[in-house]
Ligand binder design. Structure first.
Ligand SMILES: O=P(O)(O)OC[C@H]1O[C@](O)(CO)[C@@H](O)[C@@H]1O
Ligand SMILES: [Fe+2]
Length: 187
């Protein structure tokens, strides 16, 4: 399924018209991602206020059956040989899934189940991704422009970062000019 439309950053479609008042914007900087990237020396060399990604979401209702919608804009870049990525999370309510729609740029969606089995899906304009329940997810920008993806998820899902304190089972790096997924031995 390919969507012909592209929602520019900072403007959202709600109740049949575009408004900007009811958007919540959260920027994640390099300094917010301690321990996330493999090469800690390279990470420390990046100014902590360097923006890595920004999430704009609609301040919709909370509660059973309610949905959040948000767009993640992930900058291009690497920490050492590892591509910029989101922190990644399971949902607090593990059984809750999520849908991603690729809007701009090119990258990967890293999906990992509770048994530690990981897989990657390519994200590009028009791509659609079903994130099943019980599955951690992380967006990775392997391109040279901003990677933008719209996400829809249940407002009761919540974010469990602690469950991934050991990190994901795969890291995506640039090696000999090629994008490579490397298995992480010690998690
Ligand atoms: O919370 P993370 O792992 O930094 O991911 C960024 C955002 O991506 C989403 O999964 C979709 O926008 C949000 O729930 C999340 O806050
Ligand atoms: Fe999520």
């Amino acid at each position: 399924m390919t969507f012909p439309f592209f929602m520019p950053p900072g403007v959202a479609f709600t109740n049949g018209h575009f408004t900007a008042e009811n958007i919540i914007t959260k920027v994640t900087h390099s300094g917010d991602l301690a321990g996330i990237f493999h090469d800690q020396t390279a990470w420390r060399a990046i100014p902590s206020e360097t923006p890595i990604y920004q999430v704009e979401m609609l301040s919709s209702a909370q509660g059973e059956g309610e949905l959040y919608v948000g767009t993640t804009h992930l900058n291009p870049g690497r920490v050492g040989d590892e591509f910029y990525m989101t922190r990644g999370h399971f949902h607090q309510r593990r059984e809750q899934g999520e849908v991603y729609f690729g809007l701009r740029g090119s990258g990967l969606l890293l999906l990992q189940n509770e048994q530690g089995e990981a897989r990657l899906e390519e994200v590009s304009p028009g791509s659609v991704h079903i994130i099943p329940g019980l599955t951690a997810h992380r967006l990775i920008n392997t391109g040279t422009e901003v990677l933008s993806a719209l996400a829809v998820w249940p407002s009761i899902a919540g974010h469990d970062y602690a469950a991934l304190a050991q990190g994901f089972a795969l890291r995506v790096v640039l090696h000999d000019g090629k994008i490579q997924a490397k298995e992480v031995q010690n998690g």
